[in-house]
Structure formats: structure tokens, C-alpha cells
Design a binder for this molecule. Structure first.
Ligand code: SER
Length: 346
């Protein structure tokens, strides 16, 4: 494909939010798989490790149309991992900004993908991480009775972030199946939209910023640093979690799945369901001196109470072979504890 100047555009895979937690893990994995054509975008300057693994990096805002136009003219993008977002707690402090970044930003990327696909005559795989935050369960009794929820139930999120994620799941489905459905010159199949709903994620290498499931990773990192930790939700608060490595593996597995096997646009993925108290007990098994207390923040508690205790991952298992690798004990002993010990030199 040529640009207007006649120069050939270089092809590549585009990753937004590249400097974030999932971005780090995903870029490392793609690099290990031998990909040399990673184009990374983040609002902030990316660290040297990320820069070293990418063909090109851009510091900029996904709401900046000029930046997206530049990407469109410079590259032939065949796959997009759109990770950029403001997480759930942060979004509550700036709901309108959250809508801009989380929804308008996603719309911009979907449009870029459609224009890319039109220009190279194929289809662009658009991988979109959604979240457990897309769910909203009204009361604790219903949460307890709901067990592992399927993709299409309890979709009344109470957070701006959850509303944004659910909106984008629908936008992605619209762009994939119905985009410009009344236009005479409509081209079908421009976007191959593939979405996973992550549970709370725990990485040994990075700490999250602005999420509500952050008490999980914060507990683990604080213990390894020898710091006391006051958990902001009750001991009995239960949601599913997954290690970052598994989340990245699942993302790549879905991205590479055969199109014909995908029966839906949105898939749940999760590792293990755990209460804050069970996480704390597991942390103490490995770090016996860990000091974990509970100082409940009622507002953040209400958000966790609205998320399901577990997610049914049957569709992902059937359609593209998703299988979590670790239960809670193995996640700690095989990945998280060795990882944080290495990170903090303990
Ligand atoms: N970890 C995210 C959050 O807490 C959920 O997707 O916002």
C-alpha cells in the first residue's frame, strides 16, 4: 500500500495504552514471539524497556485526531490492541474525562481501524479488553446467589468505567457487524472485533493505578516491600482475579483464534475467585510478617459489591480454548511471590 507521497507504509500492530500494566506484559510477550513491528502509543513517555521492544513509539492522546491521522498515513495496521483507559476508581473522580478517553477514544480507534481496512482491502483485528466492571449486581444477596455469571447477565454497571466498557463492547459489535448498514457503498467485515472481560489482574512486575480491584495487587506488593497494608474493602469481599501473564496469554489466544470459531464478540476470562481475606491469608503464608488490616472505604466497597463473585468462562473455553493456568495457591507460589521477591530483592 502506498501513501499519497508514493512511499510504502510500514505494516504493524498498534498498541494503545502501551505504557500501562497490560501494555507492558503484552509488548514483552509479542517481542518474545519475535514481533518487530510493534507501534506503541501512550499518553506518557514510555520506559526504555518498552521503547527497546517497539518499532516506533508515540507519546500522545487517543482523543487527538491529528495523531490518529498521522498513524493512519504512516502505517498499514493489521491488528490493534486498544488498551488505553482510565480505570474504575479514577473514572469516578473525572467521569466526563473518562467518557472522552474510554468511549470517544475507542470510537476514534474503531474509525481508524475501519479506514485502515478500507485502505488495504482486508479486515483489521481489533482486540479490546473490557472488564468485570461491565457487570452491575444490585445487592449482596443477588451477588451471593448469582455465582459465576455468564456474559449476558447483570449488565447494569454502577461505575462510569463500567458504563464506558459496556458501551464500547456494543460499539465494537456495531462496527464489526452493522457499520454504515444503510450506505450504498458499504463494505462488510472491515473490523474483526474481539473483546475479553478481564477480572481483577495481579502482576508481580507492575502496580495498577486508579482501579478498584487494586487491593489485591497492593496487598502482595506491600508484603514484599515489608510495608503494612490497610485493605480498603471488607475481608469477605469476593471477585475473580487472574495473573497478568494469563491475561496476556488469553488476549493473544483470542487475537489469534480462527474467526469461524468465534460465536460471540465478548468473552469472560478469569483465573480464581477469592475474597480479600483469602488473598490476605495467602499473602501471610508466604510473608508471615505481613501486616494486613481493613479500613473499609464504603464507596469503593459498593463498587466491589456490584461486581460478580465469579465469571463463567465457558464460552471462551469452548470457542478458543481458554483455560486458566493457576488456582490461587499456584498463582502465588509459581508466579506472584517469586516475581515480587525478585522485584524487591527479598
Ligand atoms: N481492575 C479494574 C479496575 O479496578 C477492573 O477492570 O478498575
Amino acid at each position: 500500500m502506498s501513501t499519497m507521497s508514493g512511499a510504502r507504509r510500514s505494516s504493524g500492530v498498534l498498541i494503545t495504552g502501551a505504557g500501562g500494566e497490560v501494555g507492558h506484559g503484552l509488548i514483552r510477550a509479542l517481542h518474545e514471539h519475535g514481533r518487530t513491528d510493534i507501534i506503541a502509543v501512550d499518553l506518557r513517555e514510555m520506559d526504555d524497556e518498552i521503547k527497546g521492544m517497539c518499532a516506533q513509539t508515540f507519546v500522545g492522546d487517543i482523543c487527538d485526531k491529528a495523531l490518529l491521522a498521522r498513524l493512519l498515513s504512516m502505517f498499514e495496521i493489521e491488528r490493534i490492541f486498544h488498551l488505553a483507559a482510565l480505570l474504575s476508581t479514577r473514572s469516578e473522580y473525572a467521569p466526563e474525562r473518562a467518557h472522552e478517553v474510554n468511549v470517544v477514544g475507542t470510537l476514534n480507534l474503531l474509525q481508524l481501524a475501519a479506514e485502515q481496512a478500507r485502505s488495504h482491502g482486508g479486515s483489521v483485528v481489533f482486540v479490546y479488553p473490557s472488564s468485570i466492571a461491565a457487570y452491575g449486581i444490585g445487592d449482596p444477596g443477588t451477588k451471593a446467589g448469582a455465582g459465576a455469571v455468564v456474559e449476558d447477565a447483570y449488565l447494569e454497571p454502577t461505575t462510569m468505567y463500567g458504563c464506558n466498557k459496556l458501551a464500547c463492547e456494543h460499539l465494537g459489535r456495531y462496527y464489526a457487524r452493522h457499520y454504515r448498514q444503510l450506505a450504498q457503498d458499504r463494505v462488510e467485515g472491515l473490523i474483526d472485533f474481539r473483546c475479553l472481560r478481564y477480572p481483577g489482574l495481579i502482576s508481580a512486575d507492575t502496580v495498577p493505578a486508579g482501579g478498584t480491584s487494586d487491593y489485591g495487587p497492593e496487598m502482595v506488593h506491600a508484603a514484599a516491600r515489608g510495608e503494612a497494608y490497610a485493605c480498603f474493602v471488607r475481608e469477605d469481599s469476593r471477585i475473580p482475579f487472574m495473573t497478568m501473564g494469563e491475561a496476556v496469554e488469553a488476549t493473544l489466544l483470542l487475537a489469534g483464534a480462527e474467526r469461524e470459531k468465534l460465536t460471540r464478540c465478548v468473552y469472560n476470562v478469569a483465573g480464581f475467585s477469592a475474597s480479600a481475606g483469602e488473598l490476605a491469608a495467602e499473602v501471610r503464608r508466604h510473608f508471615p510478617d505481613a501486616q494486613i488490616t481493613y479500613e473499609v472505604d464504603q464507596q469503593r466497597q459498593a463498587i466491589i459489591d456490584s461486581w460478580p463473585a465469579d465469571m463463567d468462562c465457558g464460552s471462551a473455553a469452548r470457542d478458543w480454548g481458554f483455560a486458566p493456568r493457576f488456582g490461587m495457591a499456584e498463582a502465588f507460589s509459581e508466579v506472584l511471590v517469586p516475581g515480587v521477591k525478585k522485584r524487591y530483592g527479598v
